[in-house]
Design a protein around this ligand. Structure first.
Ligand code: BGC
Length: 379
């Protein structure tokens, strides 16, 4: 393993980082049905379905799965719900006992979960919650509301006076996390919008709700629908370009950008930097991607939230081992309601990374190192 749990904990302590409240495309060809295919202590056969390689987060998760559950079958859905369903069905026919799914679409995934459940297979929802089925057995996750709150706090902490220009961007409507991130961000930003610290420059819907501290799911969906990146950098760039084309020079200058993740943040901030009327940008992100860490060191992205997949994958292993021995997993600390049931859930810690602490955190991450100002992967 490149990064031990102890290493992460040491990093957290040393850096005093803020811990807040067809399909197939097989990535690992291990025999999912073989009892000895996983780590020595984990005898249960496991299949893993990840949404897409096109978003940086999931290949990062894949690496951790390969370390902790070697031999488990890892399939990618290529951003397509039909492929995801076929992947789950192929794992069912291989005879796996546990399927870990990070859904492409939170609601569409319910049907394949029900199929797995009917065959007696346990389902673990990974990072993104699968909605509207009682048959999700466990959910391994971070506190996604806290992720959005941390992004917003960064912007608030760096605002000066009143009338600061705020540009809001969100994840995909099909991803429950996008709602949680925005909900968390709104809880911190809304009082500062209501009191005039910030002026929302790119969302008429968010602006019309500026005096509403707690948004309903429907209100969140309306706002996200107006500012969605769909987790896609190209979509994010097009939207930012359209927002800046519409904004006057007086709405630019120093800009505060709530960008939902690293991949979209780089696309959005590149677009803002290309606008001569933008003089300074404060921007957020999440995922601890190599490219965004470089942006942070270069002063082109302001912060990111590291959600180490090592934590989630270790939690998956703990749950799989508990299933194997028919015991209660020790990592379950809370529940999330998915519209049909309260799903037993984990809550992994977050690390907030800014230019001030980036070098220390990168160098102790076990994932990358910094040398001569350049971020390189650890081999
Ligand atoms: C994850 C983020 C990721 C995004 C796009 C979200 O559900 O929580 O870490 O950046 O999806 O893949």
């Amino acid at each position: 393993m490149k990064k031990s749990k102890a290493g992460i904990l040491t990093c957290l302590a040393i850096c005093a980082t803020l811990v807040l409240a067809g399909c197939g495309n097989s990535a690992s060809t291990g025999s999912a049905g073989s009892a000895s295919s996983n780590s020595p202590s984990t005898k249960t056969s496991v299949g893993i379905v990840l949404p897409t390689k096109a978003e940086s987060r999931w290949p990062m998760a894949q690496k951790e799965f390969e370390q902790v559950l070697p031999g488990a079958t890892i399939l990618y859905s290529n951003g397509d719900t039909a492929t995801e369903k076929t992947n789950v069905e192929s794992l069912i026919s291989k005879g796996v006992k546990v399927i870990v799914i990070c859904p492409q679409d939170a609601t569409a995934a319910a049907a394949e979960v029900d199929e797995a459940h009917d065959k007696g297979i346990k389902v673990i929802s990974y990072d993104r919650l699968i909605m509207n089925t009682p048959n999700v057995n466990y959910y391994v996750t971070f506190d996604s509301v806290a992720v959005g709150a941390a992004q917003a706090k960064y912007l608030v902490d760096n605002a000066k006076g009143t009338g600061n220009h705020l540009y809001l961007y969100a994840g995909a409507l099909s991803d429950n996390n996008a709602f949680l991130f925005f909900q968390g961000a709104w809880s911190v930003l809304q009082p500062k919008i209501a009191d005039g610290t910030f002026v929302i420059e790119n969302s008429s819907i968010a602006n019309s709700l500026k005096n509403t501290p707690t948004l309903s799911h429907d209100q969140l969906a309306q706002i996200i629908g107006q500012i969605t990146t769909n987790w896609d950098p190209a979509t994010a760039k097009t939207l930012a370009q359209a927002n800046l084309a519409k904004a006057t020079t007086a709405q630019k200058g120093v800009c505060y950008v709530l960008a939902p993740n690293d991949d979209t943040s780089r696309a959005i901030t590149d677009t803002f930097r290309a606008d001569k009327a933008v003089t300074q940008i404060y921007s957020t992100g999440q995922d601890f991607t190599q490219a965004s860490l470089q942006y942070i060191l270069d002063g082109k992205q302001s912060m990111t939230v590291w959600k180490s997949d090592k934590y989630l994958v270790d939690d998956v292993k703990d749950i799989v081992d508990a299933i194997q021995t028919n015991t209660k997993p020790s990592v379950i600390v809370t529940t999330y309601n998915n519209g049909k049931a309260d799903i037993p859930s984990t809550k992994a810690p977050l690390t907030i990374v800014t230019k001030a602490n980036a070098v220390n955190i990168i160098n102790s991450s076990g994932l990358y190192t910094v040398s001569n100002g350049k971020v390189n992967p650890v081999k």
